[in-house]
Design a protein around this ligand. Sequence first.
Ligand code: ATP
Ligand code: MG
Length: 393
Amino acid sequence: MKFTAFLIKYAEIALKGKNRYLFEDALVKQIRIALKKVDGKFEITKSQGRIYIECLEDYDFEETVGGLQKVFGITGICPVVHVEDHGFEDLQKVIVHYMDEVYPDKHKTFKVNARRARKNYPLTSMEINSELGGTILDAFPEMKVDVHTPEIELFVEIREKIYIYSRVIPGAGGMPIGSNGKAMLLLSGGIDSPVAGYMIAKRGVKIDAVYFHAPPYTSERAKQKVVDLARIVSAYTGPIYLHVINFTDIQLYIYEKCPHEELTIIMRRYMMKIAEHIAQETDCAGLITGESIGQVASQTLKSLAATNEVCTMPVYRPVIGFDKQEIIEIANKIGTFETSIQPFEDCCTIFVAKHPVTKPNLNIIKRSERNLEEKIDELFQTAIETKELIIVE
Ligand code: ATP
Ligand code: MG
């Protein structure tokens, strides 16, 4: 049995008026991007509140479904069989063949749900339901009808052709990328930030990213790891503009001028400032980090407050209340974990003090930062001007 189309299900709840069109248009666009990466020729149509993908030539089923399962906004993917209308007896044969192939285990309950879009069809929907139900029971006596909570709901739509579908393959859920603006992800080589980016992207937000490296203290390999992570995440989010900032001079300057136990906090404040600057230049409406309360010294409530204080933009921290294990589960699901745990040095870890402050006092931090007044503006400017842009897809 060859599936010649897919019916795309999406959560329509709360989609009214103009929002609905924005959502659907963004979804169609993302489906188009996803299908570009798979072999085959497809036509996407939007009609009567539904999205159809017609497969115009041979294609790989697994690859296509796999691609569609990465598109946010899709709740279910229904593979559809199209058949020509050669009369009702022929349809009965097709249905028996369909059930036989799609459900090798026949111990299932089912119901037929026919819809007659073409009114000149000789049977009514009700008649089709009961006739086809009988046909299936005759062919497979192990099957049972259950009209309330069937395991299989077999849809038969009579249109120009006849459409048959029943399987619903789960989609990624969420909202289509681009339906909710753009934000800047602070992407490190760790486990948490790729997950954070994925989670915000899932709500329809397009993602750009910024990575701070500190050559020669951090290697090319460490940077490559971040590019690799961005690539894995981009399978869900579409192309990611990754801004790579050389942070070495700023880090060395802070190291020279500020108390070492405050280094991490002050460094993180400058990271946020630079990230916000680039975010503003690139039309992003927020920042995203992989911070989680209490995970490390720089993520106590007081440390988070001190870091947050430099930003005027909202900072989204989707994993803030998650345990490490919960974050790892998502990292595994989206395929970033194995890359994240590769052992390459991170720019923050190189300059960390033995006993970093865990309850930073903002006044004291600001006083320390005054030691930076002489050169920091110039270093900040240089860091922005020398940034490298990598488009990851
Ligand atoms: P992750 O697993 O995401 O690296 P982490 O547990 O290592 O997080 P930190 O190093 O304190 O935690 O970083 C907290 C957040 O700050 C990260 O999730 C990330 O969003 C951002 N961040 C840290 N280092 C960098 C970096 N070198 N470049 C860009 N963003 C960074
Ligand atoms: Mg990190």
